[in-house]
Write a protein that binds this ligand. Structure first.
Ligand code: NAD
Ligand code: MG
Length: 308
């Protein structure tokens, strides 16, 4: 009889069971739904999975201090929960209209033992961006991780209907805020600090009804690569994440034409949108010391649509 010579392994408690990616989370068709901008995760059907019940930390960000924009819902909320459970102190920014979503995140972060800080405000204002960074540094006692994640996405089918006001809104939220926050944060960032920007698959496969949004997501990619080169000497790493379709309030609150919501994510090889929790490990890796050779990279999570 064959006998195993392998030493007994201590039980691994953190590993979820393997699951078929297609079946792991909700699939289309979804109920038709729209919300006024900026949308609430609590009003989505089904509610997005941000890892509330599932994400388990293992101390990978012990003692880190992070500022996450758009931390109330969607991808930002999943990152906030994961960072808090990995041992980080976390400040989240969101819009005042999103306070109910933000309160849910704050409670979960505090339960995880994080020194969680809520900082509502509009990132289209440079003075607010500066105050936000200053306040985060004061409340957290410094800053090690900046996650630029907030965004404006509004589908407009015809270029003739893309107003200056809408174009400006998108560029201010997606590009200027990233620039203002990063510039304000730099004096506080020490070697080992990281900046993580949220791009999108549309930087590679732009959508015909998201001209302004796609252009900003492409610019975020290029900015990330250039800044990574500039800051390497200072020991600060800069990376980007490029998600495919994710089930978040951005989409039913104007990000997609309403008729595209029921089938959202169905055109990916796995046949469904991603859930925010499925991106959290990528943001954790990019922020952690284990990611020390990851710099100027773009991480896709597209359900198989693939990036170049
Ligand atoms: P989300 O709606 O949950 O998050 C976006 C957040 O941006 C909002 O919660 C809001 O707090 C914040 N925001 C918007 N305008 C703001 C302003 N003027 N001031 C302050 N905060 C503001 O949606 P999400 O999908 O999790 O979006 C997070 C990031 O992921 C965005 O950068 C988005 O472009 C990117 N992304 C999303 C998808 C997707 O399919 N959901 C795909 C690719 C990239
Ligand atoms: Mg939100």
């Amino acid at each position: 009889m064959a006998t195993s010579r392998r030493a007994a392994r201590p039980s691994i408690r953190n590993a979820p069971p393997p699951a078929h990616p297609t079946e792991a989370y909700p699939k289309p068709p979804f109920a038709a739904q729209t919300q006024p901008w900026p949308g609430l995760a609590s009003r989505m059907q089904p509610r997005p999975d941000h890892g509330e019940a599932s994400y388990r930390g293992s101390g990978r960000l012990e003692g880190r201090r992070a500022l996450i924009t758009g931390g109330d819902s969607g991808i930002g909320r999943a990152v906030a929960i994961a960072y808090a459970r990995e041992g980080a102190d976390v400040a989240i920014n969101y819009l005042p209209d999103e306070v109910s979503d933000a309160q849910e995140v704050m409670e979960l972060m505090r339960e995880a033992g994080s020194n969680a800080v809520a900082m509502p405000g509009d990132l289209r204002d440079e003075a607010f961006c500066r105050r936000l960074v200053g306040q985060a540094v004061d409340e957290l006692g410094g800053l090690d991780v900046l996650v630029n994640n907030a965004a404006r996405q509004h589908a407009v089918k015809d270029l003739g209907e893309l107003t200056d006001e809408f174009f400006d809104w998108t560029v201010k939220t997606n590009l200027y805020a990233m620039f203002w926050l990063t510039r304000a944060a730099l004096p506080y960032l020490q070697p080992g600090a990281t900046i993580i920007n949220t791009s999108s698959i549309v930087a590679f496969e732009p959508s015909d009804d998201l001209l302004d949004y796609s252009a900003t997501k492409g610019a975020i990619l290029v900015w990330t690569k250039a800044l990574a080169k500039q800051l390497a000497e200072r020991g600060i790493r800069v990376n980007a994440v490029a998600p495919g379709p994710f089930w978040t309030p951005l989409q039913p609150s104007g990000g997609q034409p309403p008729e595209d919501i029921p089938g959202f994510g169905g055109d990916t090889p796995v046949g469904r949108p991603g859930q925010p929790v499925e991106l959290a490990p990528v943001y954790v890796l990019l922020a952690s010391a284990e990611g020390s050779y990851l710099n100027g990279e773009v991480y896709g999570a597209t359900g198989g649509r693939s990036l170049p």
